[in-house]
Design a protein around this ligand. Sequence first.
Ligand code: ZN
Length: 241
Amino acid sequence: MRVAIVSDIHSNIAALQAVIADINTRGVDKIVCLGDIVGYGPAPNECVEIIRQKADICLMGNHDWAVLGEEDLAYFNSFARQAVMWNQEQLTGDSENFLRALPFIKVEGECTFVHSSPFEPQTWTYIINKNDAQFEFEHFQTQLCFVGHTHVAGIFLKKDQKIIFHMDDKMYLKEDEKLIINVGSVGQPRDFDSRSSYGILDLKNRLFEFHRITYDIESTQLSMEKFGLPKYLIDRLSYGR
Ligand code: ZN
C-alpha cells in the first residue's frame, strides 16, 4: 500500500495540478489531504473539486474553517485575512458543503492524520520545535502522525525518549521509533524552497519519502494579481518562505 499525503494547497490550482500529475506517475493506492485546501490563492473551488475527486481522506484546516466563517478573523494577519475574505466570496455551495463535512482528525491503521496537531486539533497549534513535538508525541497512539500547517517539511523522530528533527528526503520506518511527519505545503511552501512539497508513505517497504515538485508559479501569481490579492502573498510564492 502506497499513500500520498498532501497538505496546505491554499487555492493554488497550478501547484495542485502539478502535484497530482506527479502522484499519478508513482503508483499510489490512496491520497490523503491534511487540509487548508482554500485561503491565500486564486482558485478555491477548482482546488476543492480536485481534492473531492482524488482524495480518499481529507481533514479540516484552519483556513478551510475560516473561509466557512467559523474562525475569528482577528486570528489572521491582515494579508491572510484579506485572502480568506476573498476566498469566502468565491466559494460555491458545493464547495462549502464539502468543506463543512471534513473531520478534524482521523486515525487509520498505524497513522494519525490531522492538520495542525493531535492534541486538541481545533486549537490549531503549530508543531515548530522539539519541545512542541515532545508534548504532541504523548497525544497520539499510532506509530505515525502526519501534519501540515507550518508549511515546513520535516520529521520529528522519537526514540528512547529522545527527539531528533530530520529534513532528509527519505526515511525508513523502524519499529521502536515514533514519528511526527510534516509533509510541507503544496501551494505555499515556507521552507526556503518554492517548489510544492508532499510525501509518499510506502507501508510494504516501510519507507517515507518527500517529493518536491516544480510548478508554474507565475501563472498563480498572475491570477492573484488579476483578483487583487495582496502583493505580499503573491511575492511570497517565489521565495518559499
Ligand atoms: Zn496552511
